[in-house]
Design a protein around this ligand. Sequence first.
Ligand code: SER
Length: 335
Amino acid sequence: MLITGAGGEIGHGLIARLAGGNNRRIVTLDVSPLDASIAPQVDREITGSILDKAILERVLAEFEIDLVFHLAALLSTRSEFTPVTAHHVNVEGTLNLLEFAQHEAESHGRPVVFMYPSSIAAYGMPDLDTKARAGRVKEDEWTHPTTMYGCNKLYCEQLGTYYARHYKQLAAEPAKGRVDFRCVRFPGLISALTVPSGGTSDYAPEMIHAAAKGEPYACFVRPDTRIPFMAMPDGVDALMALAAAPRDALTRTAYNVAAFNPSAEEIRDVVVTAFPGARVTWDNDLKRQGIVDSWPADVDDSAARRDWGFAPRYDFRRAFTEYLIPTIRKRYAAA
Ligand code: SER
């Protein structure tokens, strides 16, 4: 398998999980060298950009890849600062990987499963009243993203669907030689192992990790801000489960997945209880607030539950008591 953006948040979680029982060879592609916590788990680490076609041609010549986790992307806040670069990486990079997957599929005569993490950023709620009224949003509702990142994600969902359909129609043997594109629309992900960089749901993980380190944290959104979140192990499980699902069971390309959706104040309360002495203040960044306000307060994931058995292990309480707090404590104690 090939994992792009392997050194990022999801990559860390995915590689850590694969290390616990995986008989496939792992090839990674990331712009930075992998850190020591995951590098030993990888069979072949390539440092380079998804925009470098020569690298992808080399991987094509050297490996038989039948599963791609295309995780490389610039996240939402970062993309607003450099929208043109974001478009290059998020859209042209994905196009390069889809072409790569198509060529792998053709040369080996079997489908390549292409896993793509999309995002709640693919949605765009016009205002807070509508957001409150909309409640749990279905995949085909409110898909009017306001950010460059959200536009990129929504478009690449379509692009993946195009590759899947286009080659299904053209290939003489429809089951062979094509890209089997599958996509999860993730909520904000919270990992005990890493903090994200450049996202807008980052206030939750940043608050938790700062408290664990005994550092003060100024939260950049209002206390009443509410979007869906998920603990990283459930996010990784979702990717693995969707990748393994029988093709015939899938009724759509992009699936919502949900776990819990606390307000920023509810997160603060749990953090302060878990780490007494944690200092959390509120320092609203209007631009980032506008981004999270445009994301739904919750999503309807009934299609994922029905089609491929999605069922998160961690609700809000368990995510903190059984995963985040013990794992983060151990991590910083060891450091
Ligand atoms: N967590 C991402 C971000 O904040 C959204 O997918 O950009």
